[in-house]
Design a protein. Structure first.
Ligand SMILES: Cc1cc2nc3c(=O)[nH]c(=O)nc-3n(C[C@H](O)[C@H](O)[C@H](O)COP(=O)(O)OP(=O)(O)OC[C@H]3O[C@@H](n4cnc5c(N)ncnc54)[C@H](O)[C@@H]3O)c2cc1C
Length: 354
């Protein structure tokens, strides 16, 4: 391979990544009787869809304006938790399917997915959330499991998906299966449709301009990374007196959150907000008081009143499957949505309704 390193080359001003075993990848494409699919977006949605399509034998070209490590997905905490994503009945199905896949991935040593124990807390007794039935061993927390000042909560074990490990793992998986990944911005869906007859739209908040879709809105989230120390369980508090707070321990650090501000698109972390996030989280787990701050980050959740997962035929010979608008749960829903995208591509190509 060239000076850019194994599997990376320049093509018409674009960076293209493909498996080191390119002969294999080319052979897979040549043998496949299925039409090539262009997936737009290389966050968690695009990469998961890319993997599922490749596993089913479709040749896949993935194009993203930013590489995986610069997407909103890279900022996610990312705990399995259906947050700010609708409609509930579809979200529950996708979340359930993804949970099963993440349970399986806990056994993959390098994927960065682990089961973490913890609590979601409330100021007063609450009914179980609609998704509680999907989570094994979901139960009311015992008083000794609750932080001070939070009289009620639920305890459950869920996967934490460590994005700095998981996104590179997912990208490797995609490339090993024979996919190719290009870092390039597409001006519009028309441009995408000139490149392929089948397009999967995983552009996240970028779908607002790319699709275009005026129903998309940003939900700004700020987080702070601190040293891991002894913190070993997550805590989620959406109803704290000073705002939402969550503590998500990973292998080498803890992600502290957070904020959720509709319409704010400032990508620069606010220092006062970071201090406030740390204070809110220390109130939940006092062991964080001495934790050294490592960094802060901002991401814009791709908000929409309803996740858009549907197929359309902009022209008789073209098929588009949309998969965007997952709000605060894009990781939580990623595999369930990818499974449905694959089904919709297959059914659209078999002449089924879209
Ligand atoms: C602070 C924070 C914490 C979060 N915590 C969690 C959590 O704990 N659990 C959870 O499930 N979710 C969480 N989320 C939400 C989650 O991050 C998002 O729902 C998810 O990342 C959306 O993934 P995506 O792949 O759809 O979009 P993105 O990750 O935004 O990727 C979109 C891709 O599309 C590309 N793109 C856009 N426009 C174009 C174009 N015109 N041409 C080419 N490419 C284009 C972009 O470059 C990018 O590659 C959190 C988000 C934030 C901000």
């Amino acid at each position: 391979m060239g000076a850019l390193g194994a599997g990376i080359r320049r093509q018409g001003g674009r960076l293209v990544l493909s498996s080191e075993d390119e002969t294999n990848a080319r052979a897979t494409k040549a043998l496949s009787k299925k039409p090539p699919v262009l997936v737009v977006g290389c966050g968690v949605s695009g990469l998961s869809c890319g993997v599922r399509l490749l596993q089913d034998g479709f040749p896949v070209r993935l194009m993203g304006a930013e590489p995986p490590e610069a997407t909103t997905s890279s900022v996610a905490a990312a705990i399995w938790y259906p947050y700010q994503s609708w409609p509930r009945e579809r979200v529950l199905g996708w979340a359930r399917a993804s949970l099963a896949e993440f349970h399986r991935l806990c056994r993959e040593e390098t994927a960065g997915v682990t089961q973490v124990d913890g609590v979601e807390v409330f100021p007063e007794p609450m009914q179980s959330p609609y998704w509680g039935e999907a989570v094994p061993e979901f139960r009311p927390a015992k008083p000794e499991e609750l932080p001070e000042g939070r009289p009620f909560g639920f305890r459950f074990l869920v996967p934490v998906v460590e994005m700095p490990l998981y996104l590179p793992w997912l990208q490797r998986r995609f490339l090993e299966l024979g996919g190719s990944l290009e870092i390039a911005r597409l001006a519009s869906m028309d441009e995408a449709l000139q490149l392929a007859d089948v397009v999967v739209n995983c552009a996240g908040l970028g779908a607002r301009e790319f699709t275009p879709d005026p129903e998309m809105f940003a939900l700004r989230g700020q987080v702070v990374r601190v040293e891991r120390g002894a913190v070993d369980r997550y805590i989620i508090d959406e109803h704290g007196p000073d705002g939402i707070a969550y503590v998500v321990p990973r292998s080498h650090d803890v992600v502290l959150g957070g904020t959720n501000v509709k319409g704010d698109e400032n990508l620069l972390p606010d220092a006062a907000e970071s201090d406030s996030i740390v204070q809110r989280c220390v109130a939940l787990d006092p062991r964080l008081a001495k934790a050294r701050k490592l960094s802060d980050a901002v991401g814009l959740r791709p908000g929409r009143a309803r996740v858009r997962l549907e197929a359309e035929r902009p022209r008789p010979d073209k098929l588009v499957v949309h998969d965007y608008g997952h709000g605060g749960a894009g990781v939580t829903l990623s595999w369930g949505c990818a499974d449905e995208v694959l089904q919709r591509v297959r059914s659209g190509l078999n002449g089924g309704g879209v």
